[in-house]
Ligand binder design. Structure first.
Ligand code: SF4
Length: 178
């Protein structure tokens, strides 16, 4: 049996379906996210399993990975981020066009994990805003998929003009990002 994506809220009649433009754009965006995998260590291996045939991230429309920030809208940070790597991660984030979302995968990216040391960043949210956190060391592929589904939920409800939203502007300003 073929699974069909649930239609957004709207009005249906004989031969027509009407909805808001925001809902239609959200539906398209949510099912065509282009992730940029920023993988530095073991959590990256879990991501490889998530991409492979058994878990198959392409079922969610995200099989097209982008290694150019300018052609990605989902930054997936997976692994230990050293303080030296911090400015690089931030630059990658800044190079992504709006709208963009960030998924922090695993304990290291989210909080520094077991590496409570002078050289490791104690969570990427110290330098860039994060939308969804995936717990675990390492998180299983199912958890990473769940994180992507949570991002999809946010994306589907995102207004088309997120960058004009005062709350969002305030969040970026708190990070010193224009
Ligand atoms: S959270 Fe655990 S599995 Fe993931 S990068 Fe850190 S040490 Fe490795």
């Amino acid at each position: 049996m073929t699974n069909i994506t649930k239609a957004p809220d709207g009005f249906e009649g004989h031969g027509f379906f009407a909805t808001k433009l925001d809902e239609a754009v959200g539906l398209a965006r949510k099912n065509s996210l282009w992730p940029l995998p920023f993988a530095t260590s073991c959590c990256g291996i879990e991501f490889m399993a998530t991409m492979a045939s058994h878990y198959d991230l392409s079922r969610f429309g995200s099989e097209r990975l982008s290694f150019s920030p300018r052609q990605a809208d989902l930054l997936m940070v997976m692994g230990t981020i050293s303080k030296k790597m911090g400015p690089v991660l931030r630059q990658v984030y800044e190079q992504m066009a709006e709208p963009r979302w960030v998924l922090s995968v695993g304990a290291c990216a989210s909080s520094g994990g077991i590496f409570d040391t002078y050289s490791v960043l104690q969570g990427i949210d110290r330098i860039i805003p994060v939308d969804v956190y995936v717990p675990g060391c390492p998180p299983r592929p199912e958890q990473i998929l769940d994180g992507v589904l949570q991002i999809q939920e946010l994306v589907s409800k995102e207004t088309r003009r997120r960058r004009e939203d005062p709350e969002y502007k305030e969040l970026l300003a708190s990070y010193g990002i224009q």
